[in-house]
Design a protein around this ligand. Structure first.
Ligand code: SIN
Length: 517
């Protein structure tokens, strides 16, 4: 029996062994393929590591092995860089037209849409994300491919009014060359498409290094990129375990054949990559950790604030760089807000993300579980009040942590200062707007921030003064291909998505036509 999903102008379906989609009124029917790969992709070929080494991928819901992939090292990665370099320079990708690149990206987008159920299954198995969230991420991730397919044809230059009559001055945008893309486990699909489709739209070739925990989604996307027909060497994906990750990162940053790096992940690793790029004065885009304040002022609509808090905090079990991390709630509405939020938290359905209706899956690995547990224990010992939760949930599996709400935070607690990346709501009570802003801005991180207020003057004031690169105003979910995603302070440099996402992968060349008669 066919299942139909209607998503605006798309109709997507699945019958046994067949995928079909209707996109802009055109029906596409194809056999679904098995997207789970066990090899990496270099120069248009599926390959293993030269050493023959592999590593295992496990399902965080039950810790069972679900696949193996090559454990590549710097020799393998050098080859991938070489193939991307040759594809760009010798094999002519740098001369490809925007229209050709747009057509390839559109084809990839269509294939990603048709295969969404299969990709979601793989993503949930390796990341633990509930299946509904995996499907949501696929819509989000695919939207970058569609967006940059459209943007490819609008990478305009400028003709500049000249101060000398015998000159013509032009600014043109050219692709930088090979882009090294290092992506995280929390959004195994969208962080690849957000980077790769911008780079390819700009005319670059790519070497992608997905996170050790979630390479299978990356390889599924790659299988579809192969089918879309990107020329050999344009799209390369290399896989490695933690053991080789640092040396591979260093090689990507230091290789003279790589022109730009884009990294999403922790501030600590971002800082190291930034240093490694400095010798070669290499372009780098960094989307790093956050410590998002979520402020609820007394004029706020509490229903909207509670919904926004749930969306922002519990997306991907709190493992999102833009998750609300510190809840600042104004004195007058504090108790009411906590009571309403606690009811919602108690109702969350926890379990294996592949099961129907599950909203909270496991954390990604043991080190995440340990970190969340340590933060909560530290707060408890220092006098915080656990309103609900606060424990590991071993009855579900070793990597599950209870959705938790903690009040009475103090500034000596780790929960107050650091990003938890887990399902824990940490609450600070405040009295005045100045106090809320002072607490919110005391962090060196500045990725996202949120606030709820129905006072128009306050909305304008706080939007201006809150020190983050993105702000949700009466809104807890802000991500979109059309928006410029990125942070300030130690949360990163550069922007992804929007028309600015292309800027990371092009340079402006100034052409001066002189001595004209
Ligand atoms: C992230 O957590 O790094 C990305 C989240 C998003 O794009 O919404």
């Amino acid at each position: 029996m066919a299942i139909l999903l209607s998503l605006g102008r798309f109709t997507l379906g699945r019958a046994v062994g067949v995928g079909f989609a209707k996109i802009n009124g055109i029906s596409l029917i194809r056999r679904t393929m098995h997207l789970q790969q066990n090899q990496a992709f270099v120069n248009g070929k599926w390959v293993g590591a030269r050493s023959g080494e592999t590593f295992e991928i496990t399902n965080p819901a039950n810790e069972q092995v679900i696949g193996t992939v090559p454990d590549m090292d710097v020799d393998d990665v050098n080859e991938a860089i070489g193939s991307a370099y040759d594809a760009f320079y010798d094999k002519g990708w740098h001369n490809s037209t925007a229209k050709e690149r747009a057509a390839l990206l559109k084809k990839w987008f269509h294939l990603l849409e048709i295969n969404r159920q299969e990709i979601a299954r793989i993503m949930t198995a390796e990341s633990g994300k509930p299946i509904a969230e995996s499907l949501g991420e696929i819509s989000y991730g695919n939207s970058f491919v569609e967006w940059f397919a459209e943007e490819a044809r609008r990478i305009y230059g400028e003709i500049v009014p000249t101060p000398q009559a015998n000159r013509q001055m032009m600014l043109v945008k050219q692709p930088v060359g090979v882009a090294g893309l290092i992506t995280p486990w929390n959004f195994p699909h969208a962080m690849i498409t957000r980077k790769a489709s911008a780079a390819i739209a700009a005319g670059c070739t790519v070497v992608i290094k997905p996170a050790e925990d979630t390479p299978l989604t990356a390889l599924a996307l790659t299988k579809l990129a192969e089918e879309a027909g990107f020329p050999k060497g344009v799209f390369n994906v290399i896989t490695s375990s933690r053991k080789n990750a640092a040396s591979i990162g260093e090689l990507l940053c230091k290789s003279e054949k790589v022109a730009a790096i884009s990294f999403t992940g922790s501030t600590e690793v971002g800082r190291l990559l930034y240093k490694q790029c400095s010798d070669g004065i290499k372009r780098i885009g960094l989307e790093l950790g956050g410590n998002a304040p979520f402020i609820v002022f007394s004029s706020a609509d509490l229903d909207k604030a509670v919904t926004g808090a749930m969306n922002s905090k519990f997306r991907n079990c709190g493992q999102t760089c833009i998750s609300a991390n510190r809840f600042l709630i104004q004195d007058e509405i504090h108790d009411e807000f906590i009571a309403r939020l606690t009811e919602k938290i108690k109702a969350l359905k926890i379990g294996d993300g592949s099961h129907d209706g599950v909203q909270i899956g496991p954390l990604i690995n043991h080190s995440q579980v340990n970190k969340v547990t340590e933060f909560v224990e530290d707060a408890k010992q220092k006098g915080a009040h656990v309103v609900y939760g606060g424990h590991q949930l071993s009855q579900h599996g070793a990597l599950f942590f209870e959705p938790t709400i903690i009040t009475h935070l103090r500034d000596d607690m780790r929960l107050y200062k650091e990003e938890i990346f887990g399902p824990v709501v940490s609450v600070i009570r405040f009295k005045t707007e100045e106090e809320a802003l002072q607490i919110a801005n005391a962090s060196q991180r500045g990725l996202a921030g949120y606030f709820y207020s129905n006072d128009l003057n306050q909305v304008f004031r706080v939007s201006k003064l809150l020190e983050t690169g993105m702000i949700g105003i009466n809104e807890g979910l802000i991500s979109s291909a059309e928006a410029a995603f990125g942070g300030i302070k130690e949360s990163g440099i550069g922007r992804e998505g929007s028309k600015y996402g292309i800027d990371e992968y092009v340079y402006i060349k100034y052409l001066c036509y002189g001595s004209l008669e």
